[in-house]
Design a protein around this ligand. Structure first.
Ligand code: SF4
Length: 82
């Protein structure tokens, strides 16, 4: 299994996934399967739904393995609500 951080982008945000710290709770895949896909490569499809919904799901990641950077107004990657 690849342990390097993987990066995905759409026009609004860049999302990083860190396999080393993912606790594999599958919260993301269970709650937003059209974006976080367990059996498809690439497993994150940022065109699967609206960006706002993806951000909401990333904030629910219990390990912070998922983080996002908003292209328009953020200066750093985020996971939890600020
Ligand atoms: S919600 Fe976070 S910890 Fe859970 S499987 Fe997805 S990336 Fe891993």
């Amino acid at each position: 299994m690849n342990t390097e951080t993987i990066i995905f982008s759409n026009k609004d945000i860049t999302v990083t996934f860190a396999p080393k710290i993912c606790i594999h709770a599958e919260k993301c895949a269970k709650e937003l399967s059209e974006v976080f896909r367990t059996n498809v490569i690439p497993w994150i499809n940022l065109d699967g739904t609206k960006t706002e919904r993806i951000i909401k799901q990333i904030k629910r990641c219990p390990s912070s393995a998922l983080k996002y950077f908003n292209h328009t107004n953020d200066k750093a990657f985020q996971n939890k609500a600020t």
